[in-house]
Design a protein around this ligand. Structure first.
Ligand code: KIV
Length: 269
């Protein structure tokens, strides 16, 4: 059953932050405890990103992620999120046609209590976005480096460096804005392009590897918490090295058990 959403930030309040020149804070979460912490710390948007496929499930890309995976994690996150807006990524292959997109997006709203869904792509998926919005489902767009189609984009690399490609991304952004997306993720684009798009569209832009001029920022939380991964993009700032802290804790526990120091009398019945 969907979690109550009445206390959460609204789509309008996120949209209006741009007018008020207030930065939007977004982070990813895939589980209850982390989502609770993000929510308590005043994050505006909690995103159940399909990056969970790589970060949590050990896949090499996001394409194997299924609706079942996303629903499972979205439900856990939704139980924790009281104040933030909850956005859930539609996984690869779940929005190939407008009808399929609507059927699947409704599951995130009805079964997981999502406030909005995120789809990767521009004019290519405009019919899907149009139908979702017309059916009352709020949509976050995602342009630039779109991981679900990374192989077509030449891998995980900056998009829009050349003029023609930058123009295409701008045209996509203008179209998504016209269709009524409530916000737009810009991933791995030059900061000048991100600034131009931010100036030209009405909805807020949320950058990841897109420089400081977007209306908000998002990061994969596990990256900023210092979990080692095979890639370390330069746009990630590591705020704490949790991997090192966890390693210390695990080896401390191991040593204590081996040497008979754990559990103590006080920790026993
Ligand atoms: O899947 C994800 O986590 C994302 C963010 C990086 C924006 O799409």
């Amino acid at each position: 059953m969907a979690a109550p959403t009445h206390m959460r930030l609204t789509i309008k309040s996120i949209y209006d932050k741009k007018k008020k020149n207030e930065k939007i804070i977004a982070l990813t979460a895939y589980d209850f405890p982390l989502a609770r912490i993000l929510d308590e710390q005043g994050v505006d948007i909690v995103l159940v990103g399909d990056s969970l496929g790589m970060v949590l499930l050990g896949y090499k890309s996001t394409t194997p992620v299924t609706m079942r995976d996303m629903l499972h994690h979205a439900k856990a996150v939704s139980r924790a999120v009281q104040k933030a807006l909850l956005v859930v990524d539609m996984p690869f292959g779940s929005y190939d046609t407008p009808e399929q997109a609507l059927r699947n997006a409704k599951r995130f709203v009805k079964e997981a209590g999502a406030d909005a869904v995120k789809l990767e792509g521009g004019r290519r998926i405009q019919e899907q976005i149009q139908l979702l919005i017309a059916s009352g489902i709020s949509v976050m767009g995602h342009l630039g480096m779109t991981p679900q189609t990374a192989s077509q984009l030449g891998g995980y690399r900056v998009q829009g460096r050349d003029k023609e490609q930058a123009q295409e991304i701008l045209k996509d952004a203008l179209r998504l804005d016209e269709l009524g997306v409530f916000s737009l993720v810009l991933e791995c684009v030059p900061l000048t392009l991100a600034e131009e798009i931010t100036d030209k569209i009405k909805c807020p832009t949320i950058g990841i590897g897109a420089g400081p001029k977007t209306d908000g920022q998002v990061l994969v939380t596990y990256d900023m918490l210092g979990f080692a991964s095979s890639v370390h993009p330069r746009f990630v700032r590591t705020y704490v090295n949790l991997e090192a802290a966890i390693k210390r804790a695990v080896s401390g526990y191991r040593e204590d058990v081996l040497k008979g120091r754990f559990p103590s009398k006080q920790e026993s019945f």
